[in-house]
Design a protein around this ligand. Structure first.
Ligand code: PLP
Length: 407
């Protein structure tokens, strides 16, 4: 008889089916379909030899909670499968994943090339903490392949990009950058947070490592902080032992369970985020009080054609500038009644924020302006509410800005 587990391995499922069934089977003892939570820190071994064997090869089992737990391992196999990687490491936040991925390749005296508009936390890590360990960084406009090429030095050991970027939604050509990295034997690390594996699979088109803030679309409910690093098994094994384990960056069993639950609706959620964001971006672009809209699904986006080739959907994040600038931008977000002012993204609720004073406040103003993050820029994370209600909310807030009473 073919076991269901074997059958699952042979099926050529599409993403939406994989999200539900890939690498996840009913509990062999209880037949429970939803994943059991195993909170144990310590595990018993039949003899000293087995214990030593598991410690030397973590893949053979679980030995101590700081290096993983059985619930997390199910989730890691699922994420690795969805991203098309050999292995995945689940950690305590997106920033834990990013710092582990970078420290996995960089040591004292090394240099890393980074795309210029990255998440503020990534910028902060690379400019304040990494230099204390002798790691050098250059931020480069990676839409210009020549700039990327000329930034590579003899001591460059990795290239790090985020696409689409936070908050300007710059789209980078993973395939071309991947080819350049291969030529220079440099690992390419891609932050895939804005896309989720539903919309973009960087490992299939030239990346070596994918990182995620699973706090966003993967969990999707705004109630867990988590991150993933996905790549080759030997690299992930090293990161598990030497970085996640030794730095204590592990993801616990309960949060792993919450993600295993949240991820089941990721396909549906992402579809809705994308379709609503497209409508809202078009509404904003046609609004007389809006100066500029950044959304890869708009024809006016500078990398719209690349986005159509590289991404299966345009995502749920829109950035825009209101006419006037900073003061009007802040007044607009204060006038919103449905969208909430908040730091996160990818949640069921529509969230709005002002990058210059919130998520990207760690970047000095001149640098921020070079990265295209103006004082008036607003980032909108389109939620799962009815798109027309989100549009009505934006419309009333925009109208209030320039009405007599709004002044
Ligand atoms: N990467 C991107 C693109 C993000 O937007 C964020 C957070 O907003 C992170 C990484 C960091 O994730 P976390 O907050 O889970 O550490």
């Amino acid at each position: 008889m073919i076991e269901r587990a074997d059958l699952a391995m042979t099926k050529d499922w599409s993403m939406n089916t994989k999200i539900i069934h890939d690498n996840q089977f009913p509990d062999p003892e209880t037949r429970a379909i939803s994943q059991s939570v195993v909170p144990a820190v310590a595990y018993a071994f039949p003899d000293a030899e087995t214990a030593a064997e598991v410690v030397s090869d973590g893949a053979k089992g679980v030995y101590y909670g700081r290096y993983g737990n059985p619930t997390l391992h199910v989730l890691e196999r699922k994420i690795a499968g969805l991203e098309g990687g050999e292995a995945a490491l689940g950690v305590a936040s997106g920033m834990a994943a990013i710092s582990i991925a970078l420290l996995g390749f960089l040591k004292h005296g090394d240099h890393v090339v980074v795309t210029k508009d990255v998440y503020g936390g990534t910028y902060s890590f690379l400019t304040s903490l990494a230099p204390r360990f002798g790691i050098e960084v250059d931020f480069v406009d990676c839409t210009e392949i020549v700039s990327l090429l000329s930034a590579i030095k003899p001591n460059t050991r990795a290239v790090y990009i985020e696409t689409p970027s936070n908050p300007r939604l710059t789209v980078l050509d993973i395939k071309i950058i991947g080819e350049l990295c291969k030529t220079h034997q440099l690992p390419l690390i891609v932050d895939n947070t804005f896309m989720s594996p539903c919309l973009q699979k960087p490992l299939d088109i030239g990346a070596d490592i994918v990182v995620h803030s699973a706090t966003k679309y993967i969990n999707g409910h705004g109630d867990v902080l988590a991150g993933f690093v996905v790549g080759k098994k030997d690299v992930i094994d090293f990161m598990r032992k030497k970085l996640m384990g030794d730095l204590g960056q592990n993801l616990n069993a309960w949060e792993s369970f919450l993600i295993l639950r949240g991820i089941k609706t990721m396909g549906l959620r992402v579809e809705r985020h994308c379709s609503s964001a497209q409508k809202i971006a078009e509404f904003l672009e046609s609004h007389p009080f809006v100066e500029k809209v950044y959304y890869p699904g708009l024809k006016s986006h500078p990398q719209h054609e690349l986005a159509k080739r590289q991404m299966l959907g345009m995502g749920g994040i829109i950035s825009f500038e209101v006419k006037g600038g900073l003061v009007e931008g802040k007044r607009l977000i204060n006038a919103l009644q449905l969208a909430m002012i908040s730091f996160s993204l990818g949640d069921p609720e529509t969230l709005v924020q002002h990058p210059a004073s919130m998520t990207h406040a760690a970047i000095p103003k001149e640098e921020r302006l070079k990265f295209g993050i103006s004082d008036g820029l607003i980032r909108l994370s389109v939620g799962l509410e009815d798109a027309n209600d989100i549009i009505k909310d934006l419309d009333q807030a925009l109208s209030s800005l320039f009405s007599v009473s709004g002044r």
